[in-house]
Design a protein around this ligand. Structure first.
Ligand SMILES: C[S@@+](CC[C@H](N)C(=O)[O-])C[C@H]1O[C@@H](n2cnc3c(N)ncnc32)[C@H](O)[C@@H]1O
Length: 254
């Protein structure tokens, strides 16, 4: 596709609000777990839940019928403002949102029954500190091989970072598993999947590239040639093919 066509489609797609990707048209092969189902299995009607890196609160709000009280924290004031807008009046006494970094949680020790962390940085010592004894931390991370054919065209990692950018809070599940065990926790489950994934149209690919953004400095002006190369090289009858790599870990504090 030429520059003008890609520029027109890029301008027509909505801007991401919070971490809401519902407008994208995508497909993927079957996967071995569903994050909300895994989390619900660990929730009780009385559970106190912390969601670290909550974004626009989309996930914790969807889980609210299954727990007692919830707090979503995020380092971004813009994300927390969106999460507060997303909070329905009916949940105002049950779920709250606060700007706070994962590395410095402003909660007393043993405040939560369940700590959630999906596709966001995790400071493991802090997460373990705020869990009550017997409490559970559930983390799902975007794997290092995610969308590898697209990342290789841009020379970036799946979060959009170039090799020289700060990765200090980016953890692989293997590292998190070791550190949880060193902290005395029992790793009760972990897994990964790496399946085929398709963007069903160019607009969905462009929404995603702009939303992550991937790479971090993505603009259609700067990167249209790479986008054209991805569409040409990865286009199939089913859509623009890439892969989805996810890792999951569940740890229990003794
Ligand atoms: C990819 S989004 C995931 C949002 C949400 N958990 C989800 O699964 O849809 C990552 C979020 O982590 C937040 N974040 C990044 N660094 C953080 C940190 N050090 N402490 C807390 N939140 C952070 C970002 O602002 C962003 O909202």
């Amino acid at each position: 596709m030429n520059h003008e066509e890609l520029r027109r489609i890029a301008a027509s797609v909505a801007t991401r609000r919070g971490w809401d990707f519902a407008s994208m048209r995508t497909a993927r092969d079957p996967v071995p777990w569903d994050y909300p189902t895994v989390v619900r299995a660990h929730l009780r009607p009385t559970s106190r839940v912390l969601d670290i890196g909550t974004g626009g609160g989309e996930k914790i709000l969807s889980l609210a019928p299954s727990f007692g009280t919830g707090v979503g924290i995020d380092a971004s004031a813009e994300m927390i403002a969106t999460a507060c807008e997303n909070l329905p009046a009916a949940l105002a006494g049950k779920v709250s949102f606060t700007v706070m970094p994962a590395e410095s949680l402003q909660f007393p020790a043993a405040s939560f029954d369940v700590v959630l962390n999906r596709h966001a940085p995790l400071d493991l010592a802090e997460a373990v500190r705020v869990l009550r004894p017997g409490g559970v931390c559930i983390t799902q991370q975007v794997g290092a091989r995610n969308t590898r054919n697209i990342c290789s065209v841009f020379g970036c990692d799946p979060g959009g970072a170039y090799p020289d950018e700060d990765q200090s809070l980016r953890n692989t599940i293997a590292v998190l598993g070791r550190v949880f065990r060193e902290a005395g926790c029992a790793v009760t489950a972990w897994g990964e999947y790496d399946v085929r994934y398709w963007f069903l149209d160019v607009a969905s690919l462009l929404f995603w590239l702009q939303a992550i953004p991937l790479p971090h400095d993505f603009t259609i002006e700067r990167h249209w040639r790479q986008v054209d190369r991805i569409i040409a090289a990865c286009g199939t009858q089913q859509g623009i093919e890439t892969n989805e790599h996810r890792e999951l870990l569940i740890a229990r504090k003794p």
